[in-house]
Design a protein around this ligand. Structure first.
Ligand SMILES: NC(=O)c1ccc[n+]([C@@H]2O[C@H](COP(=O)([O-])OP(=O)(O)OC[C@H]3O[C@@H](n4cnc5c(N)ncnc54)[C@H](OP(=O)(O)O)[C@@H]3O)[C@@H](O)[C@H]2O)c1
Length: 272
């Protein structure tokens, strides 16, 4: 990746995750700047990654080739409007905000812009993230490659062809770490109530989750269903547990949860 000057507007959790990935992968820290109204997060980023920091969004954005918008969706309009007087014609803008359609940013900035939407997830902070990217038709292959290289320092990434696909990315990857936490939480609680010590219940459940995820990743020729069948002998213990989940319609409930997640993303798109 060539060393474009990258500026993060907003120095919260997601910016920290992406910055960590960039610096760990060897991106020059002096080509990265982050802004925030208050200083503690900036001080921590400077101490941990030796990047540049500022509380002046416009000055930092003016210095950058790539501007990464990383504030909460409800603040996005005012943050973008405050940058509207800059000449953005040669800059690539990346937004990681959920819910705000790409076309809306054009209105916020009041000028033609080149913007890519990225939907990351929190495991990015460990280099195990999964992001979806969407680029409108005016974005060049070179600009797409820049955005992809940035997000891939924190994990894997897929492009979606139309913007609605980003809502599916949210349901499958952005929000889904919480689904797995919920499932593991239930396993741990059940294990404890059946007599296992809390720390051992957690170790057993989380290591099983990691092992299952690795088996999926390392056996791409096998479907999730085949992997499940391979460890489920008829009449055995796993079979008993799996049949219980099926009787409770786990798949139906999963589909309903994802549909509700997408519906919420669609509502948010109308809000901003
Ligand atoms: N967290 C996730 O899992 C996730 C996943 C996908 C996408 N996203 C998106 O990522 C974006 C950031 O989320 P986050 O979780 O990183 O939130 P966050 O931790 O709250 O970070 C947002 C940062 O923006 C700062 N900020 C507020 N006003 C600002 C301004 N005028 N100029 C510059 N910075 C300002 C905040 O500073 P103060 O705290 O000092 O006010 C805060 O440090 C959101 O749009 C969210 O939709 C998050």
């Amino acid at each position: 990746m060539t060393s474009n000057k990258i500026c993060f507007i907003g120095a919260g959790n997601m910016s920290r995750s992406i910055i960590s990935g960039l610096v760990t992968s060897g991106y020059p820290a002096d080509c990265i700047e982050a802004t925030n109204p208050s200083t503690p997060k900036l001080d921590a980023l400077k101490a941990d990654f030796a990047i540049n920091t500022s509380s002046d969004n416009a000055a930092a954005a003016a210095r950058a080739d790539v501007i990464i918008l990383s504030v909460k969706p409800q603040l996005m309009q005012q943050v973008c409007e405050a940058l509207a007087s800059l000449d953005l014609s040669h800059k690539l803008i990346i937004t990681i905000a959920a819910g705000i359609p790409a076309a809306r940013y054009q209105d916020y900035f009041g000028q033609a812009i080149q913007l890519i939407r990225v939907m990351p997830n929190t495991p990015m902070q460990l280099g195990a993230g999964m992001s979806g990217l969407y680029a409108p038709a005016n974005i060049s292959d070179e600009q797409k490659a820049i955005a992809e290289a940035i997000v891939k320092t924190g994990g894997d990434a897929v492009w979606v062809d139309d913007e609605d696909g980003l809502n599916l990315v949210i349901a499958l990857a952005g929000s889904s770490p919480a689904y797995f936490f919920l499932f593991v939480e239930g396993m741990i609680n059940a294990g404890i109530s059946m007599g296992m010590e809390a720390d051992k219940a957690r170790t057993l459940a989380q290591q099983a989750a990691l092992g299952a995820a690795r088996m999926l990743i390392e056996n791409p020729e096998l479907t999730a269903e085949q992997l499940r069948q391979n460890v489920t002998s008829k009449g055995g213990t796993t079979h008993e547990a799996v049949e219980t989940f099926k009787r409770g319609d786990l798949h139906g409930l999963t589909a309903k949860a994802m549909a509700n997640c997408i519906a919420r993303a669609q509502e948010m798109a109308k809000q901003f």
